[in-house]
Design a protein around this ligand. Structure first.
Ligand SMILES: Cc1cc2nc3c(=O)[nH]c(=O)nc-3n(C[C@H](O)[C@H](O)[C@H](O)COP(=O)(O)O)c2cc1C
Length: 253
């Protein structure tokens, strides 16, 4: 079973590709916390790097999972460049549960946060050409039950950045907010937010405080009404993995 978390679809696309090659099933981490996984002989986790670490939601969800102790367990991280502590911190949570991580690797994909820094994630589509062979390699190593942790080392800088005081400042640089003048109340953001953090009040989207920074709301808003730090969102810079559609990411109630 491959469990995923995904905002702009990169991790979902890779979870699906791995599942196809390994003849496995995929399940959202949100569903997995309610699922019986005890019969699984192989458990995979596929999720992104956010701010040099695993997304907050991933850490919270993995902590809630009831996992089989003897399954072959692997992590595949998606990232724009580097994974830093994205494996280290989840491996620590697994360890606390008595689950040993057998394998991990990373795949570089377009950086969905580039939009927050005035760049276009779609300009990084060249990364797709490179990752096909990496997926083949990862699938083979997992099928062979290799015990190998690529890119799992602890990064002190990533840890410092994610301490409470600093993270609050850093996270603000990628924290989405609704521009209510542009919002038409279509409700797409309320359904695509994996954290159920957005609701409609008087036909306007309103955010609560459970944002995990995945930016699904920003990338999928057809009105470009989700912005970061008050800067207008440019439609050409909105991004999602080309093989993942909005309907694939809609939250199941
Ligand atoms: C808020 C945020 C922070 C990010 N931080 C990093 C980072 O620290 N290092 C990195 O290589 N990529 C970073 N990225 C890029 C993502 O890891 C990458 O685009 C990932 O594939 C997104 O996966 P998803 O579409 O499944 O959510 C960040 C993306 C977001 C949205």
């Amino acid at each position: 079973m491959i469990l995923y978390f995904s905002g702009s679809g990169n991790s979902l696309a890779i979870a699906r590709q791995l599942a196809e090659k390994l003849d496995e099933r995929v399940m959202s981490l949100y569903d997995a916390v309610h699922a019986d996984l005890q019969g699984e002989t192989r458990i995979g986790l596929v999720y992104p790097t956010y701010w040099l670490d695993a997304p907050m939601a991933v850490k919270q969800l993995v902590a809630q999972l009831v996992l089989p102790k003897n399954a072959y367990t692997f992590i595949v991280i998606t990232c724009g460049a580097q994974t830093n502590n994205a494996v280290w911190s989840v491996r620590r949570i697994l360890k606390q549960k008595g689950v040993r991580l057998n394998y991990c690797h990373k795949i570089r994909v377009p950086d969905s946060s580039a939009i927050a820094f005035g760049r276009n994630p779609n300009d990084q589509a060249w990364k797709f050409d490179k990752y096909a062979s990496r997926i083949d390699l990862i699938a083979k190593e997992i099928a062979d039950k290799r015990n190998r942790l690529h890119f799992s080392e602890f990064d002190p800088f990533g840890w410092i950045l994610n301490t409470k005081t600093l993270s609050q400042k850093a996270y603000r640089l990628t924290l989405p907010a609704i521009n209510s003048e542009k919002c038409i109340g279509c409700g797409v953001c309320t359904k695509v937010c994996p954290q159920a953090n957005i609701s409609l009040i008087d036909k306007k989207a309103v955010m609560s405080d459970r944002c995990t920074l995945c930016l699904a709301c920003l990338h999928f808003c057809q009105q470009q009404a989700v912005e970061i730090a008050g800067k207008p969102t440019i439609a050409e810079r909105q991004y999602h993995h080309p093989n993942v559609k909005l309907r694939d990411l809609l939250r199941r109630e």
